[in-house]
Design a binder for this molecule. Structure first.
Ligand code: OGA
Ligand code: MN
Length: 203
């Protein structure tokens, strides 16, 4: 097997996942990568390539703006250097998690997401009733100069009493066990850009 040197950040992510089930890093992504990805996401939005996100999957999938109001486009390899750079980071993380936590993660799927002002995603879990392939959720934020008063936090429900809010600030990555943590996206006063994705196991 091809083992790789584990970067300190990946080491901390697997450590956090093992001990508490989630992990947040405020400087995960190099600044030029987030800038390029944000630019790419905006260009795709301007070209009309983003679509209203659905809820559920397959034939049960419906667009439901009362549940989520983001616009998305799935990432594909080989279309854009910054997207390829991000996919490479996720591939590295996938390998490190497999090497250390033995989760048998097979691939990554992810999409750009743009929440226009006022859009939100109600409290939910990242698992479909009929598909349990999603094991680890990874969300990277692309918003420069984000301030608390802009809103748009990712709110994680840690237990009955405790929530944890993540500001969608450029460079931040949040990683969590998909099945474990209910979470929601609060509305913001400006466009909120991110890449949301999942490390998945075999069907
Ligand atoms: C999702 C989601 C969180 C975020 O797309 O399932 O919960 O902060 N996104 O964008
Ligand atoms: Mn989610």
């Amino acid at each position: 097997m091809n083992t790789l040197a584990i970067s300190p950040i990946c080491a901390r992510i697997v450590d956090d996942l093992a001990t508490q089930g989630w992990s947040q890093h405020d400087f995960f992504m190099p600044e030029d990568l987030t800038t390029q990805l944000a630019k790419e996401c905006r260009q795709r939005a301007q070209r009309g390539q983003l679509e209203l996100a659905g809820v559920g999957r397959g034939v049960a999938k419906v667009v439901h703006s009362g549940i989520r109001g983001d616009q998305i486009q799935w990432l594909e390899e080989g279309q854009n250097t910054s997207v390829d750079g991000y996919l490479a980071l996720m591939e590295q993380l996938r390998r490190v998690i497999n090497q250390t936590l033995f989760l048998g993660l097979e691939d990554f799927e992810g999409h750009f997401a743009l929440y226009p002002p006022g859009a939100f995603y109600k409290k939910h879990l990242d698992r479909f009733r009929d598909d349990d392939r999603r094991v680890v959720t990874c969300v990277a934020y692309l918003n420069e100069h984000w301030l608390p008063e802009h809103g748009g936090a990712l709110r994680m429900y840690l237990d009955e009493q405790q929530t944890h809010d993540v500001m969608p600030l450029a460079g931040t990555l949040v990683v969590f066990m998909s099945e474990q943590w209910p979470h929601e996206v609060l509305p913001a006063s400006r466009d909120r850009l991110s890449i949301t994705g999942w490390l998945r196991r075999r069907a």
